[in-house]
Design a protein around this ligand. Structure first.
Ligand code: CTP
Ligand code: MG
Length: 232
């Protein structure tokens, strides 16, 4: 049973507000996306990588990231869609004929460069034994549900987990869940949700607070610090 990585990297990085797409911002001289892909390139588990990129950025990504950093496991650079879910679906469709039904797909945001081999291996193991697995960390803060500026609920903190990636599934399971959501025009905020709505269990794999998604400018400050710590 092979393991494939599917890396959605076709967003616009609007919340970062940088002049270039956030995934090409440099961390110690290396683009964030290249750092993310390198983790999968190095992993002995991973047989191939599919990256999803905005159509007009594909040549730039091929030259400046995939070729520049010798990412030989990248099998295909797939054009993305308007929403992350559409980008992932495009990637899953591009895997047809390459990934077998029981192969594991690790869906991982292109802007989470601090994912570790340990997380990849625990997520893969959990995906083999369950319908799906989601890497997540316990919420540190109390979370409030708010409507029109007024708190309507305070869910018990012990029940709250913050979703990260990778989210790991057998290929046939996640492909079917995405196709159903697409046909029903259901838009979820992550991949796990598309299984949850079908009543299929998704297991939590305990992640790492450092496996953060680089979203806003202050995340770059944190990312520099995490990188320094790693390099020590
Ligand atoms: N993504 C994607 N296709 C989209 C939107 C997002 O592949 N249409 C990817 C992003 O490139 C990123 C990941 O999904 O790697 C997580 O999304 P997010 O952090 O929201 O990135 P952006 O959508 O680029 O940022 P923003 O929402 O601030 O515009
Ligand atoms: Mg987004």
């Amino acid at each position: 049973m092979a393991v494939f990585a599917l890396i959605p990297a076709a967003g616009m990085g609007k919340r970062m507000g940088a002049s270039i797409n956030k995934q090409y911002l440099l961390l110690d001289g290396v683009p964030i996306l290249a750092r993310t892909l390198e983790v999968f390139q190095r992993s002995p588990l991973v047989g191939g990588i599919f990256v999803v990129i905005p159509q007009d950025e594909i040549p730039f990504c091929r030259e400046q990231v995939v070729e520049q950093y010798g990412l030989s496991k990248v099998r295909s650079i797939v054009p993305g869609g308007a929403e992350r879910q559409q980008s992932v679906l495009n990637g899953l469709r591009a895997m047809e004929g390459v990934a077998a039904d029981d192969d594991v797909v690790l869906i991982h945001d292109g802007v989470r460069p601090f994912v570790s081999e340990d997380i990849l291996s625990r997520a893969t193991a959990a995906a083999r034994e369950n319908d799906g697995a989601l890497v997540a960390v316990p919420a540190k803060d109390t979370v409030k549900v708010v409507e029109n500026g007024v708190i309507t609920a305070t869910p018990p903190r012990e029940t709250l987990w913050l979703a990260q990636t990778p989210q790991a599934f057998r290929y046939c399971v996640i492909r079917a869940a995405h196709e159903i959501a697409d046909a029903e025009r259901f838009l979820g905020t992550d991949d796990s949700m598309l299984l949850e709505r079908l009543g299929r269990p998704v297991r939590i794999v305990v992640g790492d607070y450092r496996n953060a998604k680089i979203t806003t400018p202050e995340d770059m400050v944190l990312a520099e610090a995490f990188l320094k710590e790693k390099q020590q």
